[in-house]
Write a protein that binds this ligand. Structure first.
Ligand SMILES: [Cu+2]
Length: 306
């Protein structure tokens, strides 16, 4: 992870952080000022202060000026003020599912659209315009170091702008209680230098690589024999199924299960055999009766889908 959640890593989050510190600092100063006044008032004799000046000045004028200034300063930060994407933005539709994130990168120039899950790779220094949707219940998209937080409401499309100004991995989390595994509904934003993003995107657009070794071929057979393709798509190998994350390039992800496990062939095997112990209630059954050799081949093949 790159820095603590209070360290803004882009212009959008930067303005929110500025506002947060301003409110905190300003609030602290005003609090101190009021405490000083209180102390003075307790020590003053009756009649020496002028009540009308303090009531109108401190009670009406001062809050009116401070709050109006804050209001106009913060207005452009409100999501409702941004109904259109800035020019040159990268467009991604993020759909909250129980309990993972479906990502759809929009077609752009010569690039087609493609699906990914849980790991939002973006180029540094370019605004990213997110369209946020939900399939089942209300979720909330929140990557504190890059942008504000906004609810994902079924039947409605919300928008959020984010931008990273330095490479890094920024953690996000569903911020609206959405059921049993709400806590394990994390995501990662991986900000890459533009050239690295481009090569990642090129690779994502390709169908899954061919299984070459006998172990990989066996893994692919197990995947089809166990009907994993009823819920998962592996482009070039299965039909289209979207009940679970697209696995075409699952091997290239840093984590699986929406931030639950660091990705590795061992973790993939563990996930497949024991998902209901690892992430109870997840919309995928545990395959705990697969023999060890098949499980190993399956995990190995999934890991090779880079
Ligand atoms: Cu959620």
């Amino acid at each position: 992870m790159s820095g603590g959640i209070l360290q803004a890593a882009g212009p959008v989050a930067g303005r929110i952080a500025d506002l947060g510190w301003l409110l905190l600092g300003g609030g602290a100063l005003i609090f101190l000022f009021v405490m000083v006044l209180l102390a003075l008032a307790l020590r003053q004799r009756r009649g020496r202060m002028q009540p009308l000046v303090w009531v109108l000045g401190g009670g009406v004028l001062f809050p009116a000026v401070v709050l109006s200034a804050l209001f106009f300063w913060a207005l452009p930060l409100a999501p409702v003020a941004r109904q259109a994407p800035p020019p040159g933005a990268l467009h991604i539709t993020v759909t909250g599912r129980m309990w993972w994130w479906e990502l759809r990168y929009a077609a752009e120039g010569a690039h087609g659209e493609f699906l990914a899950a849980n790991e939002v790779r973006i180029p540094v220094g370019r605004p990213v315009w997110l369209a946020l949707a939900a399939d089942d219940v209300i979720h909330s998209f929140w990557v504190p170091q890059l942008a504000g937080k906004i609810d994902m409401v079924p039947g409605r499309m919300q928008h959020l702008l984010l931008e990273a100004d330095r490479p890094g991995i920024y953690r996000g989390q569903c911020a609206e209680f959405c059921g049993e595994q709400h806590a394990r509904m994390a995501l990662q934003v991986v900000a890459l230098p533009p050239a690295d993003f481009e090569s990642w995107r090129q690779a994502q657009l390709l169908p899954a690589p061919q299984a070459v070794t006998p172990l990989q071929q066996r893994g692919q057979q197990v995947f089809l024999a166990k009907r994993c393709d009823a819920c998962h798509t592996v482009r070039g190998i299965t039909g289209d199924a979207q009940l679970g994350p697209d696995l075409t390039h699952v091997g290239s992800r840093l984590q699986i299960g929406a931030g639950t496990l660091a990705n590795s062939p061992q973790a993939l095997a563990q996930w497949i055999a024991h998902v209901q112990d690892i992430k109870h209630g997840a919309r995928m059954p545990s395959y705990d009766r697969l023999d060890a050799a098949s499980l190993d081949a399956l995990a190995h093949w999934l890991g090779s889908l880079q």
